[in-house]
Design a protein around this ligand. Structure first.
Ligand SMILES: [Zn+2]
Ligand SMILES: [Zn+2]
Length: 213
């Protein structure tokens, strides 16, 4: 059965149809209000992208999401075909339809460099506690890696490592994250608290965790 495009009256014998519109009108509808220029924000240190106030790892998927927000087209999806020299070759399609029903576009991208909170605190050598790992070298290495991953998932970090004769000291950015790490991994370090200073009229303590492995 021949159908006709309600916008331009082309028939389905002449060209491909996407839904009830001809492919040309479907494409121009998808391109509607899509600017050819977008600004995205990226951390200069870890290169993560800022999307809706949150930093996420940079890959084609997150870049697509960042562009979608930057272009302000919540009803459409953006897939990246290629990203090079400040140009994004994208595919815009409806959220509900597959990418091959979409339209290809070229967008100029300007990257605004920022510093995420994690990198800012890291560069300032920020820490709330010291984890002293002592004992078996291999076990120490393993716990250190576990801890690193655990902290990174929670936007926290190890700001400094200090080798000691029988182990290592790790300066960790969050007491709370360190506490939950030891809970989750069922480790029971010895804890001590040292008064570090005052902040907004409250005493601030830095924790020391001693763990023998
Ligand atoms: Zn048409
Ligand atoms: Zn960063």
């Amino acid at each position: 059965m021949t159908i006709y495009c309600p916008t331009c009256n082309r028939s389905s014998d002449e060209c491909r149809f996407i839904g009830s519109f001809c492919e040309f009108c479907a494409a121009s509808k998808l391109k509607m209000d899509v600017p050819d220029f977008a600004k995205i924000s990226q951390c200069r240190f870890c290169e993560r992208l800022k999307i809706k106030g949150e930093y996420v790892d940079m890959d084609m998927d997150s870049l697509g999401r960042a562009l979608k927000y930057a272009l302000n087209i919540p009803d459409r999806k953006v897939d990246i075909d290629k990203y090079a020299n400040g140009m994004a070759y994208i595919h815009v399609h409806k959220e509900t339809e597959s990418a091959d029903a979409g339209v290809a576009m070229r967008i100029r991208v300007r990257v605004i460099h920022a510093t995420c909170r994690r990198c800012f605190r890291m560069s300032a050598g920020y820490y709330q506690g010291v984890v002293q790992l002592r004992g078996n070298r291999m076990k120490i290495e393993r716990v250190k890696e576990q801890m690193k991953r655990y902290l990174e998932k929670r936007e926290e970090f190890i700001s400094k490592e200090e080798k000691q004769t029988n182990g290592i000291d790790l300066y960790v950015s969050s007491k709370q994250a360190a506490n939950s790490f030891f809970m989750d991994f069922k480790m029971k370090p010895e804890k001590s608290f040292r008064l570090y200073g005052m902040r907004r009229g409250m005493k601030v303590y830095r924790n020391t965790y001693s763990l023998h492995l």
